[in-house]
Ligand binder design. Structure first.
Ligand code: C2O
Ligand code: CU
Ligand code: CU
Length: 499
């Protein structure tokens, strides 16, 4: 995708420079049996909502994914051409894995173009990672295998072919991965997939006059939750869990409930927090996941509430805060509050969780004192009439290793964004801890294991992690902006972890 001029961004950025960019943010495991279908809780019929699609699950140690073309009736009139895995008309099945298992995934590409399949958030060897190098040509099957070393949390898979990521993701290619482990399983948490524990993939799409997916801009005009517009779901009247993924191209979501109730963040990208963090709003940028608990036990059966994006007045630099309704950075949803999920409260079930636990797991994080090396990565480019966004003035080049890290190094990376817009910064291979933000606040909502972090405009963020277990002198991992239009435009680098 050509990266066009960000003139409106620049104009705002000048104003922003005059003021300040303090965009602080502010057992038994009920694994679904090895069937492909999950029946959702019966929902109260409603004329204005459509039942949320709950992706089917695949579990075990051997997974087959087939990416294929499909169609979906998004708008009235013509159907929309889409991509989906295993027959889905948008998105794909949820893979359920157990920590410690050796798994194999067979990814078959039935498209007429090359793809890749990246296991976002996974700590695995670079050649299994599914980044731009592990291409799966049309008609072929790629079969990576690896040991699941990640903590219980919510991850996802998606294509990562350089310059085609935005297209393939926009067409719907992607899916959730839920990792389970004994620590999580021992906790009294909602865990019945599709009943009191649901995955929620948030995105939006713009359609052309003939109802094709238009991925030329940064933002969609119609919000989709698991691919459904105006989605509703009936939860039992008890404590329920949502695993929320921002799978947008560029839009951020400032999440909250229509009655402003407190909800509890229990997990970040790569694992449970030490304790639930109560919030009424939380920002989630592209690629980030949170798991939340919502207490519906005191809600009247038959009542309803909405999960919403409180995206009005987020300030320049937050994806989707622009005021334009059209054009490359415009959208009908921009700078507005809008609904994400209409929640109906149904009868409680017999295995109801009725309280939010006070503690979760004991994490040990690295601190600044543990660092054996530091580096700085600077957001560059993106100026009107100039090159697209880059890191350190170098557009992604598959022949260039931008960083070389010694195996077992504990590195502090400071990502500096004195540029013209906010971004979402993602590192493959690792889960990191956010040490500091130049704005002074690392939110408790982002205090856990992270692989993707909001990089507000005007801010520097420092993260720390250990580059362990996997090294190679030729197979690189990626770091990049998770706005797939920026990533395709070259805002990506490679690092080698060398013995
Ligand atoms: Cu979600 Cu480089 O990936
Ligand atoms: Cu990734
Ligand atoms: Cu970016």
């Amino acid at each position: 995708m050509p990266h066009l001029i960000r003139l409106p961004h620049l104009i705002f950025a000048i104003f922003l420079g005059l003021f300040t960019a303090l965009s602080s943010c502010t057992k038994t495991d009920t694994v679904t049996p090895s069937t492909n279908t999950v029946t959702t809780t019966p929902t109260t019929p409603s004329s204005s909502y459509t039942n949320l699609w709950i992706p089917p699950t695949l579990s075990g140690t051997s997974f087959n994914l087939t990416l294929d073309k499909s169609t979906k009736q998004f708008m009235s009139g013509a159907v929309t051409n889409t991509y989906g895995y295993n027959g889905a008309d948008f998105w794909g099945p949820t893979l359920i894995m157990n920590k410690g298992d050796q798994v194999q995934i067979n990814v078959k590409n039935n498209l007429s173009e090359t793809t890749t399949s990246h296991w976002h958030g996974f700590h695995i060897p670079a050649e299994m990672d599914g980044g731009p190098h592990q291409t799966v040509d049309a008609g072929t099957t790629w079969s990576p295998s690896f040991k699941v070393m990640n903590n219980a949390a919510t991850y996802w898979y998606h294509p990562h072919l350089h310059e085609l990521t935005a297209k393939q993701v926009s067409y719907g290619a992607g899916g959730f991965i839920i990792v389970r482990d004994p620590e999580e399983t021992a906790l009294p948490l909602p865990r019945s997939y599709g009943v009191d524990d649901i995955p929620l993939m948030l995105t939006s799409r713009r359609f052309t006059a003939t109802n094709a997916i238009d991925y030329s801009g940064a933002y969609g005009d119609y919000q989709l939750s698991n691919g459904i517009q105006n989605a509703q779901f009936t939860f039992p009247k008890q404590v329920v869990r949502l695993r929320i993924l921002n799978a947008e191209i560029e839009r951020g979501y400032n999440l909250g409930f229509s009655d402003n109730r407190t909800f509890y963040i229990i997990a970040n990208d790569g694992g449970l927090l030490d304790a639930p963090v109560p919030v009424t709003r939380v920002k989630l940028v592209v690629g980030e996941r949170i798991e939340i608990l919502v207490d519906l036990s005191k809600d009247a059966q038959g009542s309803s509430l909405d999960l919403k994006a409180y995206n009005a007045n987020q300030g320049f630099g937050f994806g989707g805060s622009e005021s334009a309704t059209q054009g490359q950075f415009g959208s009908l949803l921009n700078n507005k509050d809008f609904n994400l999920l209409h929640i109906n409260v149904g009868p409680p079930n017999t295995t109801a969780i009725t309280s939010v636990p006070t503690t979760l797991v004991k994490n040990t994080y690295w601190t600044a004192a543990d660092a054996t090396n530091s580096r700085t990565i600077t957001v560059t480019g993106g100026q009107p009439n100039g090159p697209a966004f880059t890191f350190d003035n170098k557009a992604y080049d598959h022949l260039v290793f931008n960083q070389t890290i010694k195996l077992n190094a504990i590195e502090k990376w400071t990502i500096v964004n004195n540029n013209i817009f906010g971004h979402s910064f993602h590192i493959h291979d690792v889960q990191f801890k956010i040490l500091s933000r130049s704005s002074g606040t690392v939110g408790t909502h982002e205090s856990g294991w992270k692989d993707t972090v909001y990089l507000p405009v005007g801010e520097s963020v420092t993260v720390i992690t250990k580059y362990e277990d996997f090294s190679s002198s030729k197979n690189a991992f990626m770091y990049h902006c998770h706005f797939s239009n920026h990533e395709d435009g070259g805002m990506m680098g490679q690092f080698l972890v060398v013995p």
